[in-house]
Design a protein around this ligand. Structure first.
Ligand code: NAD
Ligand code: DAU
Length: 343
C-alpha cells in the first residue's frame, strides 16, 4: 500500500510517520509537508533513511502540484494532518487557516476523486464540538454531538470535516474522520501549553497562564493518537467518525503545577495573563465507539505520559532550543510581551 501522510513534519504527523514506517515495513510512506514554521525535518530524522520512507515538499492547497503528485504516485491512502493548528494564531490571523485547513482539504479531496483512492482519512479535533461547561463533569463529546465551534481554527477544521462528509455522500468517496483530544509528547512545538511550560521552566522563565487557569483539557499521549488513527485507516468503516481520547482531564493550572513540581521549579514562575478571547472552557471525549468497534486502548495515562515527555525534552534540548531561540522569539514577544508586563 502507498500512503501519503500530509503534515508529516509537524508534531503529530511526524510521530505518525515514524509509527507507520516502523510498524508497516510492507507499506510505502510518503511524507508531504510544506515545512511552515511548524514543520521540521529533524522530527522525522529517526526514519529518514528507511527504505519505505520518502519526503516531498509541497503545499496541499496548490492544486496543480497536488494533481501532478497524484498522477505520478497513484497513492492508495491519504492521511491528512496538514493544517494550521494553533488557536491563538487563528485569532490574530484567520485567513491562512481557511486556505490551509479548508482549501487544502478540498484540494486533496478533488485529487482523490479524480485519481481514485482506497481511503481518505481526515485528522480532526475535539474542538469542532465547541466546549462543555465546567460544572457538568457528567457530559462528554460523542460522535453525535453537534458541531458548534468557537475559534477561527476550530471553524476551519469543522468546515473541512463537512466537506469530507459531503464528498462521501455526494461522490461516494471512501472517507473516515477521527477527532482527537489534546495531544502531548515528543516533537510538540513550544507554542503549545505543555512544551511551552517545560521549555520556559527549564530556562527559569515566566509561565503565562490564561485567565484563572481553570479551563480543562483532555490530554492524550501522542503515540496513542497514532495507534488510533492507524486502526481507523486500516479497519474503520467508510463514512464514519471516530472520537479519540483517554479520559485524562486536567485544569491548565494542574498541568502547569505538575510540570513545575517534576522539574523542581517554583510556582512563583506562574503569571496569570489576559485570557484567550472566546476561550473554550472544557473538552472531554467519549471514546466508546473506537474502543468497542476497533478495540483501541491507550497505552499511557496523563500520569505516565508526562514524565516520559519531560524526559524527552531534557534529552533533546537541541531540538527545542533551536526553535525557541529563532523566529519564535518574535512570536512570543507579540503574543505575550504586553500580557506579561500587565500580569
Ligand atoms: P503542527 O502545527 O505541529 O503541524 C502541522 C504540519 O502541517 C507542519 O509540519 C506544517 O509544515 C504542515 N503544513 C502546514 N500547512 C501546510 C500546507 N499548506 N501544505 C502541506 N503541509 C502543511 O500540527 P499538529 O499539532 O501536529 O496537528 C496535526 C493535525 O492534527 C492538525 O490537522 C490538527 O488540527 C489535528 N489535531 C491536533 C491536536 C493537538 O493536540 N495538537 C489534537 C487533535 C487534532
Ligand atoms: O483539543 C485539541 C486541540 O488541542 C487541537 O485541535 C489544537 O491543534 C491544539 O493546539 C490544542 O488546542 P488548545 O487550544 O487546547 O491547546 P494549547 O496548548 O494552545 O492550550 C491548552 C490550554 O492552555 C488552553 O486552555 C489555553 C491554555 N494556555 C495555552 C498557552 C499556549 C495557557 O494558559 N497559556 C499558554 O501560554
Amino acid at each position: 500500500m502507498k500512503m501519503i501522510v500530509t503534515g508529516g513534519a509537524g508534531f503529530i504527523g511526524s510521530n505518525f510517520v515514524q509509527y507507520e514506517v516502523k510498524n508497516h515495513p510492507e507499506d510505502e510512506i510518503i511524507n508531504l509537508d510544506l515545512l511552515t514554521y511548524a514543520g521540521n525535518l529533524e522530527s522525522v530524522k529517526p526514519v529518514e533513511n528507511a527504505p519505505n520512507y520518502r519526503f516531498v515538499r509541497g503545499d496541499i492547497a496548490d492544486r496543480e502540484f497536488i494533481f501532478r503528485l497524484f498522477e505520478e504516485e497513484k497513492p492508495d491512502v491519504i492521511v491528512n494532518f496538514a493544517a494550521e493548528s494553533h488557536v491563538d494564531r487563528s485569532i490574530t490571523d484567520p485567513e491562512i487557516f481557511v486556505r490551509t485547513n479548508v482549501v487544502g482539504t478540498t484540494t486533496l479531496l478533488d485529487a482523490c476523486r479524480k485519481y481514485g483512492i482506497k481511503r481518505y482519512h481526515q485528522v480532526s479535533t475535539d474542538e469542532v464540538y465547541g466546549d462543555l461547561p465546567l460544572d457538568r463533569p457528567d457530559l462528554f463529546f460523542t460522535e453525535e454531538t453537534p458541531l458548534h465551534t468557537s475559534s477561527p481554527y476550530s471553524s476551519a477544521k469543522a468546515s473541512a470535516d463537512l466537506f469530507v462528509m459531503a464528498y462521501h455522500r455526494t461522490y461516494g468517496l471512501p472517507v473516515t474522520i477521527s477527532r482527537c483530544s489534546n495531544n502531548y509528547g515528543p516533537y510538540h512545538f513550544p507554542e503549545k501549553l505543555i512544551p511551552l511550560v517545560i521549555s520556559r521552566a527549564l530556562n527559569d522563565e515566566e509561565i503565562p497562564v490564561y485567565g484563572k487557569g481553570e479551563n480543562v483539557r483532555d490530554w492524550l499521549y501522542v503515540t496513542d493518537h497514532c495507534s488510533a488513527i492507524d486502526l481507523v485507516v486500516r479497519k474503520g468503516r467508510e463514512g464514519e467518525v471516530y472520537n479519540i481520547g483517554g479520559h485524562n482531564e486536567r485544569t491548565n493550572l494542574d498541568v502547569v503545577k505538575t510540570i513545575l513540581k517534576a522539574l523542581n521549579k517554583p510556582e512563583s514562575l506562574i503569571k496569570y495573563v489576559t485570557d484567550r478571547p472566546g476561550h473554550d472552557l472544557r473538552y472531554a471525549m467519549d471514546p466508546t465507539k473506537i474502543e468497542t468497534e476497533l478495540g483501541w486502548k491507550p497505552e499511557y495515562t496523563f500520569d505516565t505520559g508526562i514524565p516520559v515527555t519531560i524526559q524527552w525534552y531534557l534529552d533533546n534540548k537541541e531540538w527545542w532550543e533551536h526553535i525557541v531561540n529563532g523566529e519564535y522569539t518574535k512570536y512570543f514577544d507579540n503574543m505575550y510581551g504586553k500580557r506579561l508586563e500587565n500580569a
